[in-house]
Design a protein around this ligand. Sequence first.
Ligand code: ADP
Length: 806
Amino acid sequence: MTPSDSPQNAALAALASVYAIAFANMDQGFCLLEKVDTSPNQPSDFRYLTVNPAFEKHTGLDNVTGKTILDVVPQAEQDTMAIYDQVALTGQSTHFQTYVGQLDLWMEARVYQLNQQPPQLAVLFNNITEWKKAQRQQSFLLALSDSLRPLTDPVTIQTIAAQQLLAELRAGWVYYISLATDSDTISALEGVSTEEPVPLLLGTGISRFGKAFLADYTNNGTVRYGDTQAEPSFTEQDRQAFRMIRAGALIAVPLVKVDKLIALLSVASPTPRVWTQQEVDLVKQVAERTWIALERARAEEALRKSEAAFRIIAQAAPALVWVCSALGEIIYFNQRWYDYTGQTEEQASGHGWITTMHPADAARILPYWQRCQRTGDSYEGEVRYQRHDGVYRWHLFRALPRRNSAGQIEAWYGLSIDTDDAKQAQEGLRKASRQKDEFLAMLAHELRNPMAAIHSGLAILSLTLVDEIPRSTVDMMSRQTAHLVRMVDDLLDVNRISQGKIELKTERANLVDLVQQAQHSLKALFEQQGKVLGVSLPTAPIEVDGDATRLTQVVINLLTNGLRYTGEGGQVRVSLMQEDNEAILQVRDNGIGLAEDQLEAIFELFVQVDNSLARSKGGLGLGLTLVKQLVGMHGGRVEAQSEGVGRGSTFTVRLPTLAAAPQPLAPPAQQAPDSGTPRRILVIDDNADAAMTLGMLLKLKGYESHTRTSGRSGLEAAEALQPAVILLDIGMPDLDGFASCRLIREQSWGGAVVVIALSGYGQQEDRQQTKEAGFDGHLVKPVDVEELLNMLTDLLGKDQTGTESA
Ligand code: ADP
């Protein structure tokens, strides 16, 4: 048996083949080296005696057996060679990491001495290139984030990130390409290039790189081309486009926001290049981090801008502007605040500003302010602040809270405007308006007394005159006086309505009747002027909840306007109909008409249209104001229409109707003709003319009349004469109507006598007052003869009326 045939040898051979299998299949690279003899001034070198397949796989080197390290890796790192030398010399095995630049290989190696002479080494290594690169990228990204964090300018952020990525990947250029809203047009371009800038032009479209490019980034999210000139999906035109921008190889990462491509981060190298997955991932990571930094910078920039804008507005505002925290502490006042109040920043800080508020207002406002702070309701009102000269002036203020994303109040923004001058002017106007109202009311009231006398005097004349000429003159004067009375009444009415002093006496009123009454009372007037009054009324009643007197007044005002504002051959037509729940009253005329811009204005107080015919008709511009106010009080509305000046006008009144309630109205009781014995009437009025004319009028109507001009003399006369009726003026010096009436009622004979008040006031409350003072009736001056006679008939009973004497 030869030694090689011994069982030990067989076992060794078997072991060797096991090792051979292990070396052939393990993932670690292995090589057996023998030191080459070199002269001392030459670099050390080692010869490969054997290598395993993993060695070839990791290093990319083939057929190295028999060659030296410097043969196959001429730029081998000197440090590594020194380590090998050391192990060969000392026999001490070692462990190290090294980068083999020429092979782009990171290895973690163990070196053992196998033989001392000739010196032989075993090298066992792991390929840690991937891991090393990942680590490197990680630190690159950390460094990138660190350098972007303090940056606030979006352009700088993009430029710095591009520079770092360019260096890391050793690429040709890196650009951030921002796109317009069409997701195609390049709207901004920031980045770096190793050569001259890339001819990617602002305003051009990225679609010129072809459909395949578009499809790639749309489908894959990222684009990676190792060789754009060899891309099978590209057309020649596409390739040309990539050549133009010196992109032999390209990575492009799109940024999509709300389904819209808004930017691309692109990295290119001028020549073809194999992009590793790691590199693609790195570009993605850089894109992500840069975009985060950009968004932050943009948000900060927007905030800075809005902050700056707020401060400019706050400084420019002609108001005191302030911002305070949710606790009420002042954060900001504009300069105007300090100038206005004379406070220093220190004095105003915290709650110091409150000392400028008027103490009475502070007591009122502060609890309200605290409530708003709790509820977040807008805080607004009026308050007085003390100006630097010590004067308190009124301000209008308003503040709103700013809330954070959780809905909590972070701060309050407010401003206060000095409204003191306006407030005083407003107060002045209000006072002037009040004085005007009071004056008009007083004027109208005072005009009633002389008018009462004239009115009664004319009534006497017209009853006594028989000659035609003086009679027609008196008639004319009566008409003019009636007109005067109406104007004064209108003036009083408007005045009362605008002061809210008129109350409607509403009842179920039939508009058909009211229009008929109005027609009746104006018939003669229309005939006198040779004008036509046409009426078209429904047969069924149209009922409203209204004040019959006031509604008749509305119709009469509209009809008299029709009469006044039509020329020769004037026609006025009034029609009434019901539409759903509305009564529609229309007064149409063929008169002077109205211009477009006058249609609304004519309803305003004292407004008269400046148009020669209208002007020549006089008037105070009250009639339509009254119509509008009265219709409004009835829940209705009125409007004017006209096709223009000279083309007639139409006034339409709409009133809410009541549901029909068929209740036949009893015919009014027929008044008994005057008959019976004359009755004694005493007129007491301090206006001697008024007393005298009224007395004469009563005489003409068959009564025995006596007059007195003061309360005292009136009382004495009453005692002596024991009249059936006393007509007693309310407004008299020394003993007025109320006091006189009370005294009369205290007399033994005074309980039965009929006492009627003569008053300038005819409101509900005035009537109520006279009633409560013991009067039996209430007449408003100037006394309407018909009304007086009717009242006498009512109060005395038909048997006891005066007898007609003329
Ligand atoms: P007054 O008639 O007293 O002036 P009104 O208030 O009744 O006051 O009318 C206001 C103005 O409206 C009138 O001055 C007149 O110019 C115009 N007006 C009123 N009614 C008519 C109408 N039927 N046709 C044309 N203009 C009218």
